[in-house]
Design a binder for this molecule. Structure first.
Ligand SMILES: C[S@@+](CC[C@H](N)C(=O)[O-])C[C@H]1O[C@@H](n2cnc3c(N)ncnc32)[C@H](O)[C@@H]1O
Length: 285
């Protein structure tokens, strides 16, 4: 997912971009998909931080969203500060953990060099207007370790399902959903590793994260109809007939997926998707 031009404006409020006004819809739907990546992100951060892991570390969670990363980092003993450019998401994040929160956006965080021991960003780098500048900023404010997760560009069950929905509905994503080639990076295990190395991190370790995502189709739909993600923005850009086509295509694709699951002995009313993400972490040199 790329960003709107406004996200590269002068302050955090200008940079909420596609996240503005969708906090509740996101929290009720796609957020649980991102939460599947939290343990892997923090395991990687702990390993990169070295002896003692996150215990007693000053940890900055960038793009905290609903605060799941921050809350788990507190459970692992870190003293957590969280930032997000979207005020509504920041309010949700602040309710999830004990610690300071601040409206702020990459690539300009309002912190001095090496202000935090460990800096993490879960599923944030993949949506920045300038991912390289964003990662350099994560590295700048860290003294010890940085860890990030992204969605890879290869096939993933949830993304495949949504792409098939758009294809059957004949719906085109609105312009500006892809980054220009010169700003983009390879969304893969080696691609994310290279991004962190280029930003100056040492001993970069990368891995695929695999986790299940179970969600009721109607719950997921509330996020889509609420404008979350490329599919949500595509939905909102349609006229009434286009929206009806998209909903019908979603119902068809989801119905087929549930039937497949039942044939595999996984009956039930929830989608049961084996998700994959990419994690990378490195040490501050
Ligand atoms: C997919 S959510 C992930 C939330 C959380 N990190 C998690 O893993 O559950 C992406 C988050 O990044 C935030 N975000 C978007 N642009 C950002 C930027 N330029 N700098 C920092 N955060 C940003 C969004 O507001 C949103 O909360």
């Amino acid at each position: 997912m790329s960003t709107a031009a406004g996200e590269r404006g002068g302050n955090a409020e200008d940079r909420t971009g596609h996240w503005s006004g969708i906090a509740q819809a996101y929290a009720a739907s796609f957020a649980s998909l991102c939460h599947g990546g939290v343990p892997g992100l923090l395991d990687a951060a702990e390993a990169a931080a070295g002896a003692g892991g996150l215990m007693g570390r000053r940890l900055l969670d960038v793009g905290t969203g609903t605060g799941a990363v921050a809350a788990e980092a507190v459970r692992r003993g870190a003293a957590v500060t969280a930032v997000d450019p979207d005020p509504e998401l920041l309010t949700l994040g602040a309710a999830a953990f004990e610690g300071p929160t601040l409206l702020a956006a990459l690539p300009d965080l309002p912190f001095g060099d090496a202000s935090y021991d460990v800096v993490v960003a879960g599923f944030v780098v993949n949506q920045l207007g300038d991912p390289r500048a964003g990662v350099r900023e994560l590295v700048r404010v860290a003294s010890t370790a940085v860890a990030v997760t992204i969605w890879p560009s290869g096939p993933r069950p949830s993304a495949t399902l949504l792409e098939e929905t758009l294809r059957r509905a004949g719906a085109q994503p609105p312009p500006g959903t892809r980054l220009p080639a010169e700003l983009d990076f390879e969304r893969s295990v080696p691609g994310l590793g290279a991004l962190l190395q280029e930003a100056g991190l040492a001993d970069v370790v990368t891995a695929e994260l695999r986790f299940p995502w179970r969600i009721a189709p109607q719950t997921w739909w509330t996020g889509i109809a609420g404008g979350v993600g490329v599919v949500g923005r595509t939905y909102l850009a349609q006229d009434d007939a286009g929206r009806a086509r998209l909903r019908a295509a979603y119902d068809d694709v989801v119905g087929e997926r549930l039937a497949d699951q039942a044939r595999q002995g996984r009956s039930g009313t929830e989608l049961d998707l084996d998700e994959v993400a990419v994690v990378a972490a490195g040490r501050h040199p």
